[in-house]
Design a protein around this ligand. Structure first.
Ligand code: 4GM
Length: 244
């Protein structure tokens, strides 16, 4: 639900989300909150009680929009005050049959809107002009988790974050670019060596870039061993190897 339905055209019609929609795996409806404004000028915002700068979204149009839908969808208000969105929340939401995302605009929404929502979600600690881009972020993260949306060959189970680690480096052709070679192990055809190398790179990248993630990561005994190796090796250089 939004005051700017046109904003959703690109993200909802293109690429993987657009294909999922075309193939009928998901349904995405965009509702214009202005259609539920009560007055003849279709006003959706007003000045704040008590004074102060900016405008506040009125409660009646949003309530009208919510009441126009069948019961049962989880109602989510996109707002900076919400719980910070994560892969874990995306996985949870992807298991639900129906979501309703409410996008505020201006300085925010009348507080009484909150009485009609189940959950408040923020995509991060920054303020945007509206909840539209956050809603697109949530839709994208959730849709790609729905079975059949990603090809068989690219399961979301292999994602960065699926096990709480960052993804390691990836390469495609050519074998050498401007002096930077693809690591030899990836060309070796030794599947077990490649698997172990990739796992170690993922661990190394997580240690270096996001050590906070390691506390929550699900680490196997093999991971613990690889971590020991990484810490012993030190020399935090994970960049592409130079040909000398
Ligand atoms: C206040 C209340 C979300 C402001 C509801 C929305 C940032 C985020 C807005 C609202 C927003 C975020 C609009 N800014 N960090 N602005 O997810 O929808």
């Amino acid at each position: 639900m939004t005051l700017f339905p046109e904003m959703f055209r690109g993200p909802f019609d293109c690429s993987i989300v657009g294909r999922a929609r075309d193939s009928g795996l998901i349904k995405l409806n965009v509702h214009n909150i202005r259609d539920f404004a009560l007055d003849k000028h279709r006003v959706t915002d007003d000045v704040p009680y008590g004074g102060g700068p900016g405008m506040v979204m009125k409660v009646e149009p949003i309530m009208g929009a919510l009441r126009s839908l069948p019961d049962g969808g989880l109602r989510i208000l996109m707002c900076p005050q919400g719980e910070v969105f994560s892969q874990e929340i995306a996985v949870y939401l992807s298991g639900l049959p129906h979501l309703v995302l409410i996008c505020g605009h201006y300085e925010g929404v009348d507080e009484r809107v909150r009485s009609a929502v189940d959950r408040e979600i923020s995509i991060g600690d920054y303020v945007l002009t509206g909840g539209e881009i956050p809603a697109m972020v949530v839709v994208d993260a959730v849709v790609r988790l729905i079975p059949g949306v990603l090809g068989k060959e690219r399961s979301s189970l292999q994602d960065s974050f699926a096990d709480g680690l960052l993804e390691g480096p990836q390469y495609t052709r050519p074998r050498e670019f401007e002096g930077m070679a693809v690591p030899e192990v990836l060309l070796s055809g030794h599947h077990e060596m490649i698997r172990k190398w990739r796992r170690k790179q993922a661990l190394k990248r997580t240690v270096m870039q996001r050590p906070d993630l390691l506390k929550k990561a699900r680490l196997t005994p093999e991971d613990q061993g690889l971590l020991q190796e990484i810490l012993k090796e030190g020399g935090w250089d994970s960049g592409p190897s130079e040909i000398s």
